[in-house]
Design a protein around this ligand. Structure first.
Ligand code: NDP
Length: 333
């Protein structure tokens, strides 16, 4: 089997030789264990952010993956079952569902995707789906007619957030990093308005696109753009802080202090809440059933940025951090 190990703490953008591909012999499976061949492996922003928290190195590069059970000594997961796990960047692995009580050891059966690709299990019907669903519906609690803004709008989470907000009857404005992304959001996904944050004056375009102000902000990126958007929120607006990718390559110990948020927070009586999708882990199946239903009905469109090959995991990861992906970035093993 092969797996990627992170050897050290990243400095800035992760480098190829911060990772090592290790080849090793897997032991024969024991009672309660399954042998899983990875088929789809996820590359995500949190893999970069995690490394900043200085947990011990080296560590195996985790992430979500969809795999096929090839050998089984657990009757709940017979040969041929597809499982979602957090085993990450490896081609084969041995798993034990009986010790899967920590988030890192999660294993569950992939719901039957029928006519759709099993890769949805790490996308719209996986972590990004649950993140968009609970972050928007539980934290922002958008009501029909309200204006919702999302950053990172053309990514795995952001593209779902905007579409779910449309399904709930909201007006949706997205910010993303290229004109192609903006076109996709407006023409294919039905966003009311989208902008390339790299080329527009965010303050100005948002004033024009949301003349009555912003009610909900789903924040995927942090940084200055978030301060500008929060500055244009209405009384009792809600901010779901999902991520802060604009600072993941920075040293967290040296981040500048936010100074500009307090005034709108007080004056507009805003509610701002960070969250992690596993908070609702026991309700993910509820999200997955809605998300799958919307995909089937055509109300929710999904797009994937697929890179082929185990050897390309690093490239796919860096490509995603650089914004090369439209929709969910993943690797077909
Ligand atoms: P995406 O598919 O959105 O991919 C990352 C995108 O981030 C890139 O495509 C790029 O798009 C954008 N980006 C990169 N650098 C910057 C920057 N400096 N400023 C603004 N945008 C940037 O990833 P995900 O959908 O998987 O994740 C989106 C966010 O959600 C991340 O912050 C992630 O950490 C967070 N997340 C949080 C979870 C939770 O439980 N709280 C769970 C899963 C994800 P562009 O071209 O637009 O710049």
């Amino acid at each position: 089997a092969r797996k990627y190990v992170v050897k050290r703490y990243f400095e800035g953008v992760p480098k190829r030789d911060d990772f090592e591909i290790i080849e090793y012999e897997l032991p024969p499976i024991q009672n309660g264990e399954i042998l899983v061949k990875a088929e789809w492996v996820s590359v995500d922003p949190y893999l970069r952010a995690y490394n900043n928290f200085r947990f011990p190195v080296p560590y195996d590069q985790f992430s979500y993956q969809v795999g096929l059970v090839e050998d089984s000594k657990d009757p709940r997961f017979p040969v041929g079952t597809r499982v979602v796990s957090h085993k990450g960047w490896c081609d084969y692995s041995v798993m034990n569902a009986n010790v899967s009580n920590s988030p890192a050891e999660i294993i569950y059966k992939l719901p039957d995707m029928k006519d759709f690709s099993n890769s949805l299990g790490i996308g719209a019907v996986g972590l990004p789906g649950a993140t968009a669903y609970f972050g928007l519906l539980e934290i922002c609690q958008p009501k029909a007619g309200e204006t919702v803004v999302v950053t990172g709008a053309a990514g795995a989470v952001g593209s779902l957030v905007g579409q779910i907000a449309k399904i709930k009857g909201c007006r949706v404005i997205g910010f993303a990093g290229s004109d192609d992304k903006v076109n996709w959001l407006e023409k294919d996904l039905g966003f009311d308005k989208a902008f390339n944050y790299k080329t527009v004056d965010v303050q100005k375009v948002l004033k024009k696109a949301a003349p009555k102000g912003v009610d909900c902000y789903f924040d995927n990126v942090g940084g200055e753009i978030s301060s500008i958007i929060i500055g244009q929120m209405n009384d009792f607006g809600r901010v779901a802080v999902c991520g802060s990718i604009s600072s993941y390559n920075d040293d967290f110990a040296k981040l500048p202090k936010a100074t500009i948020l307090q005034i709108p927070l007080v004056m507009k009586q805003l509610k701002i809440e960070g969250f992690l999708a596993p908070r609702w882990r026991d309700r993910w199946s509820e999200a997955f059933s809605d998300l799958y239903k919307w995909i089937k009905s055509g109300d929710l469109k999904t797009r994937e940025h697929v890179t082929e090959g185990f050897d390309k995991l690093y490239d796919a990861f860096i490509g995603m951090l650089n914004g090369e992906n439209i929709g969910k970035a993943l690797v077909k093993i």
